[in-house]
Design a protein around this ligand. Structure first.
Ligand SMILES: *Cc1c(COP(=O)(O)O)cnc(C)c1O
Length: 718
C-alpha cells in the first residue's frame, strides 16, 4: 500500500526539508485528499500541533472524512486520540508522547495501553523517527538515546503499526535505509495476532525503492517525491503490488461505492491498473481478447473509480466504483448482488444523486405532457378540457379561499363523497376522494396489489398484475414504486383490448375504459367478463374511467359496483369536468375496498383534498347539465376532426374519449410531432413500440381544432 502524506502548517499543505525548511506549499487540502484517497490511505499531520504552535483542528476535521486517513501531530492525551477517531480518522499516529515518561525517555507503556484500550490497538500507529539509529522526538530536535531496533521490539506489541521515518533522509529524496527497514520488519513480525504493520516514510525517491520496500513486506509513505512529481502515486501503487505471485495478473473485486454490493470481478495487469488511475474508470485485462479493457468503453456505462486497495499480501485488489448501469452481460445489475442490492432497472440518469436509496434509484418516473409557458401555442397534449368550468365552481373555490383556510379540510371529504354517491346511486361508503385520480391509482396499487417483498415465501410464485401493453403509462410506474410485479397483455393488431388475454391467473387487473392513448372503448360485455373472472379468482380489477363521459352512454361499469366486491372504478374531474388544475379524483367501489384506500391514504397524508378543492368539486358535481353540454360539444368536434383527417388520408382510431389517436400515411410520428410543434401546436407523441408513428391529439375548442386541421392538411404533410 502507498500512503500519501498531507502535512498541514498554517492552514496550508506544506513539505518541509528535514522537518524544518519549507520547500513547497499548497492550499487545496481537500482536493488533494480526494485525489489521494484513490490510491491508498492518507497521513494527515498537523505540524503546528506537533510543534506546540497552535493547531489546524478545523481543517483537519474537514479533511478526515474525505478518505481513509491516519491523523497525527500533537497527540498527547488519550482524548486527543479519541477525538481524531471521532472526526473520522481510521488510525491515529502517536509521536513524541510514546517515548516520554517520568521526565525521561523510554517507551510510555501506560499511555500506549490506555490509547489502545480507548480506540483499539489496530488504530494506533507509533511514529519511530530515527537519526543514525537513534529515536528522536519533538519535531526531530530532541535525541532520546533510545536505540531504534530494540525500541521497536518493545513498542510493536503496543501498536497496530509502526511508521518509520529515516530523518537524515526525510525530504532529501536520497533513498531510505533498507537495512533498517528489514530489521524493523523482523521486530514487528513477532506480533502475529494481530500482526503489527510497518510503513516506511522519509526519503523514498525512486520506484525501485518502493518495489524493494514492498518486497520486504512494508508499506510506503510518500511526501516530497509525490509533490515534486518525482514519483506518481499510480506508479507507486502498481509497484507496491505482488505481481510475481500471480504471474503478472491480479484479480480485482469491483464493489459499488454506494451500497457495498459486489458488482463483478476481473483481472488486471500493470497496464490495467495504471490506466484505471489515468482514466478514472475501472480498467481490466480482457483474457478473451488479451487486451486492455475499459469497462463501458463502448456503451459509456463505465465504472467510475472511487478508490483502489490491495489486500494485506498485495495479490488481490478491491476497486470501489460507481456503476452507471448494470454490469452483468445479461443486463442485470450484477451477477453477485444480494437481493437488497438488486436493481430492476439499470437505467440511472447520469445526474442521479448518490444519496438515493435503491428503490428511488431504480424508478423510471412518468413524464407528464409539457405545460409550456408560451401562451400562444395551441395545447392539445394533455387532454385538458378546452372550455372553462361553470361559474358556480369558480365561485365556490373563491368562497372557500377565506379565513377558514387556517383549518385543516375534512379528511373524509364527507359532503363531496355524499354528492358523488348520490350522483351514481351509491352510498358515501362506496366513494373515495383523492388528489387527482393519479393519487387514487397510486393508493390502489399500494392497497390491492401484492408487493414482491411481501409474498409469503420465496418459492411462492408472484402473480403479475395485468394491464394492456399500450395503455396509461403511469401503471408500470406505480408497479415499480410499490414493487409490484406486472405483465402487459398485448392489444389486438387493431388496438382493441383483448378481454380473453386477461382470463388467466394474475395478481390483479387494471385498464382504462376507454383506453388511453388509443381512445378505444371496450364493450360492457367484455368488461363484465373480466370483472367476473377476477371475482372468481379472488383478485381486484380496476377500471380507470377517466374518459368515460366522452363514451357511449351505458359503458361505465359503475352499476356493477354493488354486485362485485372486487371492482374499483376510478374517475377524475380533470377531463370532462374541466378541472385538471383542481386535482380531484375518485374511486367507486365496495365499502371494504374504499376502506383499503383510506388505510393507505392515512399512512401517507390524511388531507389530500384541500378545502378549496372540496368546495369546487362539490359544486362541479351539481352541474351535470352544464357538463353534458360541454361534453356534447367536444364529441361533436371530435367526430368532425376525425372525419376530416380520415378524408385527408390519416389513420384515425374511432375515439370514445376527448382525444384522437392518429397516424400520418407516410411520415414517421416524430416528424409529424416536430412539424406541428414548429407551427405552435403541441400534441403528445409516445416513442414506444407499436405506437411510435401515432400521435395523441386532444380535442380542443373549435377554433383550435380548425388551426390544427389547417396545418395537418397543409402541403407540409404531403
Ligand atoms: C388523465 C388520466 C388520469 C389522471 O387524471 P388526474 O385525475 O388528473 O390525476 C388517470 N388515468 C388516465 C387513463 C388518464 O388519462
Amino acid at each position: 500500500m502507498v500512503v500519501a502524506s498531507i502535512d498541514i502548517q498554517g492552514g496550508k499543505v506544506v513539505q518541509l526539508k528535514q522537518g524544518a525548511d519549507l520547500v513547497l506549499q499548497r492550499d487545496n487540502v481537500q482536493a488533494l485528499a480526494c485525489e489521494f484517497d484513490k490510491y491508498g490511505e492518507i497521513a494527515v499531520i498537523d505540524l503546528d500541533a506537533a510543534m506546540g504552535k497552535g493547531d489546524n483542528a478545523a481543517l483537519i476535521r474537514a479533511v478526515l472524512p474525505l478518505g481513509e486517513c491516519r491523523a497525527g501531530g500533537g497527540v498527547r492525551t488519550v482524548d486527543d486520540a479519541a477525538r481524531l477517531v471521532e472526526w473520522g480518522a481510521k488510525k491515529v499516529i502517536i509521536g513524541s508522547t510514546a517515548f516520554r515518561a517520568g521526565g525521561g525517555f523510554c517507551v510510555n507503556h501506560a499511555f500506549l495501553e490506555k490509547v489502545a484500550r480507548r480506540i483499539g490497538r489496530e488504530r494506533v500507529v507509533v511514529a519511530v523517527d530515527a537519526r543514525e539509529g537513534e529515536i528522536v522526538v519533538d519535531g526531530w530536535k530532541t535525541r532520546t538515546g533510545l536505540p531504534l531496533i530494540e525500541t521497536a521490539h518493545i513498542v510493536a506489541p503496543l501498536a497496530g503499526e509502526l511508521l518509520f521515518t529515516s530523518v537524515e533522509n526525510e525530504g532529501m529524496m536520497r533513498g531510505t535505509d533498507m537495512d533498517a527497514v528489514r530489521l524493523l520488519k523482523e521486530a514487528v513480525k513477532q506480533e502475529k495476532d494481530p500482526a503489527t504493520l510497518l510503513t516506511v516514510a522519509g526519503g523514498v525517491s525512486a520506484i525501485e525503492e518502493i518495489r524493494a520496500i514492498a518486497e520486504a513486506g512494508a508499506d510506503v509513505q510518500l511526501g516530497m517525491a509525490l509533490y515534486t512529481g518525482k514519483i506518481a502515486l499510480g506508479e507507486a501503487f502498481v509497484e507496491s503490488l505482488n505481481w510475481k505471485k500471480c504471474g503478472g495478473m491480479i484479480p480485482v473485486i469491483i464493489q459499488e461505492a454506494k451500497d457495498g454490493q459486489v458488482l463483478m470481478t476481473g483481472y488486471a495487469d500493470r497496464e490495467a491498473v495504471r490506466e484505471t488511475f489515468v482514466r478514472g474508470n475501472v480498467c481490466l485485462h480482457s483474457r478473451t481478447r488479451d487486451a486492455l479493457w475499459m469497462k463501458g468503453a463502448n456503451s459509456g456505462q463505465t465504472l467510475r473509480l472511487r478508490r483502489l486497495r490491495a489486500d494485506c499480501d498485495r495479490d488481490a485488489l478491491l476497486a470501489v466504483a460507481e456503476a452507471s448501469a448494470g454490469v452483468c452481460h445479461t443486463g442485470a445489475w450484477s451477477c453477485f448482488a444480494t437481493e437488497k442490492g438488486l436493481r430492476k432497472e439499470s437505467r440511472r440518469t447520469p445526474s442521479a444523486s448518490p444519496y438515493l436509496n435503491a428503490r428511488a434509484a431504480s424508478l423510471t418516473p412518468y413524464v407528464p405532457g409539457e405545460q409550456p409557458r408560451d401562451k400562444a401555442c395551441i395545447k392539445l397534449n394533455t387532454n385538458e378540457n378546452p372550455y372553462p368550468p361553470p361559474p358556480s365552481v369558480i365561485e365556490a373555490a373563491r368562497k372557500a379561499a377565506s379565513e377558514t383556510l387556517r383549518l385543516y379540510p375534512d379528511p373524509a371529504c364527507t359532503e363531496l363523497r355524499g354528492a358523488v354517491a348520490a350522483r351514481y346511486g351509491l352510498q358515501p361508503e362506496n366513494v373515495f376522494a383523492g388528489n387527482g385520480s393519479d393519487e387514487v391509482l397510486a393508493f390502489a396499487f399500494a392497497a390491492f396489489f401484492e408487493s414482491k417483498t411481501k409474498s409469503e415465501s420465496p418459492a411462492h410464485e408472484e402473480q403479475p398484475v395485468l394491464f394492456p401493453d399500450v395503455s396509461y403509462s403511469f401503471y408500470p410506474v406505480y408497479a415499480a414504486l410499490w414493487d409490484v410485479s406486472c405483465e402487459t397483455v398485448p392489444l389486438r393488431d387493431d388496438f382493441t383490448l383483448d378481454a380473453a388475454g386477461y382470463l388467466r391467473q394474475n395478481g390483479g387487473v387494471i385498464f382504462p375504459n376507454p383506453n388511453a392513448p388509443t381512445g378505444l372503448a371496450l364493450g360492457k360485455t367484455d368488461v363484465t367478463r373480466i370483472i367476473e373472472y377476477q371475482h372468481c379468482i379472488g383478485k381486484v380489477v380496476i377500471v380507470d374511467e377517466a374518459y368515460i363521459d366522452f363514451a357511449a352512454p351505458g359503458l361505465s361499469a359503475v352499476d356493477l359496483v354493488e354486485t362485485y366486491p372486487n371492482l374499483l372504478i376510478v374517475r377524475t374531474l380533470s377531463k370532462s369536468a374541466a378541472l385538471a388544475g383542481l386535482r380531484v379524483g375518485f374511486a367507486l367501489g365496495n365499502e371494504a375496498l374504499i376502506d383499503g384506500l383510506c388505510r393507505v391514504r392515512d399512512s401517507f397524508n390524511s388531507y389530500p383534498v384541500d378545502r378549496i378543492a372540496q368546495a369546487a368539486a362539490l359544486a362541479a358535481i351539481g352541474e351535470a347539465a352544464y357538463y353534458d353540454t360541454l361534453v356534447r360539444r367536444i364529441i361533436q368536434t371530435r367526430e368532425r376532426v376525425s372525419a376530416e383527417l380520415a378524408q385527408s388520408g390519416w389513420t384515425v382510431l374511432p375515439s370514445s374519449a376527448n382525444f384522437i389517436f392518429i397516424k400520418h400515411k407516410t411520415l414517421p410520428g416524430t416528424t409529424v410531432f416536430q412539424r406541428l410543434r414548429e407551427n405552435g401546436i403541441l400534441v403528445r407523441h409516445f416513442d414506444r413500440p407499436r405506437i411510435a408513428d401515432y400521435l395523441r391529439v386532444t380535442i380542443g375548442s373549435d377554433e383550435e381544432t380548425d388551426r390544427f386541421l389547417a396545418i395537418a392538411r397543409a402541403a407540409k404533410f404531403p
